[in-house]
Design a protein around this ligand. Structure first.
Ligand SMILES: Cc1cc2nc3c(=O)[nH]c(=O)nc-3n(C[C@H](O)[C@H](O)[C@H](O)COP(=O)(O)O)c2cc1C
Length: 456
């Protein structure tokens, strides 16, 4: 049987997320992002479709590269206003049993000690359904908001991230023994102090001298996602990530990135299959091809091209406001993210992109491909995409929400299931067990985190 495809919903605690302008569509509910009923409904819809996870993006700054100010981002709700994603998770966990939550948190602006506790808290409250998308940010505005003159250089951010990971592994994996907590009412001992170990870490960037504040949670370390695929980003992924999330407009762009990260896994003592690969995709479904295409055309009428170029400017660090619409996009290397610029320049040298084409492409579903059709034709396209790229799953962007996720749960998932390409039921256990199988509640001994476990 062909391998099962995994699905995450790619969302953010803001309006419209990767489809700038579509909040103006009369059926779109993303403007309700600041109210819990919106999120609870969404979580239930995803669980109905047996999605593996809700993947929550986040930024700590504004997209102010376009035109040199946040005005266009504010006008178009291009990922601003944006609320904290972590706050949503307990509520959604309470109305679901199996859905995982991959939450994006930048490590650049928060010490590891309190962050590790917040993640442990969520792992407890979700009963082991939490994942962390490890990011370092790409917006200078975030650095400025945090009182810095600008963000740390691109590759150096990954070096700092490597060390941050060491500290959180020590806290999550090395501080409390599995049998430290006794809850012994008869003897009046809650925790055996001999089984709780002090974490010492001392470097220029991070100093910790203390015990982790949370008792061991179901997964200890949350499922680790990461989403950078530059050469330095790939090394980071191969060392730490259990799931890699990438975006690109075509299989030609995605396939080599998947292969490059899989090939690096053995360098870090891991098997290529230890890392699940997810790529971004947007699907627009109809019961007939005509219906799907009409929906696509209707959605397109709501796209904000200014909003799309505002996002692209933030991702790439290049101000697209000064470029003519018919101008070819030229490659630039700077300290913002690198893959977003590569997507429309050197990742596929045979494809030349104009600024207008970028605006139109990014306007629906960001940098990923858009597939429009019936459940059957979309399932065909997904099968072909998997064969061409070797990805394990898709992070689906939304167009008009939640209707597009309802379409996936109610139209596409039955078709994928009938083809044997999608699970009939959720696996029991933690998010890590659902992704990697029974017995994998915690990170394997081959993962670098094992180095930081207390070995007695
Ligand atoms: C699909 C995708 C989703 C991402 N989500 C976020 C996010 O929510 N927050 C964030 O700060 N960075 C996010 N990133 C950015 C990456 O973490 C990384 O900074 C970026 O891809 C640049 O890394 P690179 O130059 O190694 O490719 C995302 C990247 C991709 C490809």
């Amino acid at each position: 049987m062909a391998r099962e495809i995994r699905l995450n919903a790619f969302v953010m605690n803001c309006v419209a997320h990767q489809s700038p302008g579509l909040w103006t569509h009369p059926r779109d509910r993303s403007s309700d992002y600041n109210r819990l009923p919106y999120w609870l409904d969404l979580a239930r819809i995803l669980e109905r479709g047996r999605f593996d996870g809700m993947f929550l993006a986040d930024v700590l700054g504004t997209y102010d590269v376009f035109g040199g100010s946040p005005d266009a981002a504010l006008r178009n709700a291009a990922q601003v206003p944006v609320n904290d994603p972590m706050m949503l998770i307990s509520a959604m966990a309470a109305v679901t049993q199996n859905l995982g939550f991959g939450v994006t948190c930048t490590l650049s602006y928060e010490p590891p000690f309190p962050f590790a506790r917040r993640m442990s808290t969520l792992d407890h409250l979700t009963e082991g359904r939490i994942g962390w998308n490890i990011v370092t940010g790409y917006l200078n505005s975030a650095a400025k908001g945090m009182g810095k003159s600008g963000q740390t250089a691109h590759d150096a951010r990954y070096d700092v991230a490597d060390e941050y990971m060491e500290v959180v592994y020590k806290l999550w994996e090395g501080s409390w023994d599995d049998d430290a907590v006794l809850r012994d009412r008869a003897r009046g001992i809650f925790t055996d102090p001999a089984k709780v170990h002090r974490v010492h870490h001392d470097s220029d960037d991070y100093k910790v001298d203390g015990i982790h504040l949370s008792e061991p949670s179901p997964q200890r370390t949350p499922v680790l996602y990461q989403a950078g695929t530059s050469p330095r980003g790939r090394e980071f992924a191969a060392r730490h990530a259990e799931c890699v999330f990438m975006s690109g407009p075509s299989a030609k762009v995605i396939g080599p990135r998947v292969a490059a990260i899989r090939a690096l896994a053995p360098k870090y003592g891991r098997k290529p299959s230890d890392i699940l690969m997810f790529s971004m995709m947007t699907v627009i479904l109809g019961k007939t091809q005509q219906e799907a295409e009409a929906k696509h055309a209707e959605y397109r009428r709501h796209v904000s091209h200014e909003g799309a170029l505002t996002l692209m400017s933030g991702w790439t660090g290049v101000d697209f406001s000064g470029l003519a619409l018919d101008q070819k996009v030229e490659h630039v290397q700077n300290e913002a993210g690198r893959s977003a610029m590569d997507n429309v320049t050197r990742a596929d040298p045979d494809r030349v992109w104009t600024v207008r084409e970028v605006a139109e492409h990014v306007g629906i579903g960001g940098a990923g491909p858009v597939v429009v059709g019936t459940p059957q034709s979309v399932a065909d396209a997904i099968e072909q995409w998997v064969a061409q790229t070797d990805v394990d799953g898709l992070n689906l962007c939304y167009t008009v929400t939640p209707e597009c996720f309802e379409d996936v749960s109610d139209l596409l998932v039955p078709e994928l299931t009938a083809r044997g390409l999608y699970k009939k039921t959720y696996q029991p256990g933690t998010l890590r067990e659902k992704l990697f199988g029974a017995g994998h509640a915690r990170l394997d001994a081959t993962h670098i985190a094992d180095t930081f476990r207390h070995k007695g």
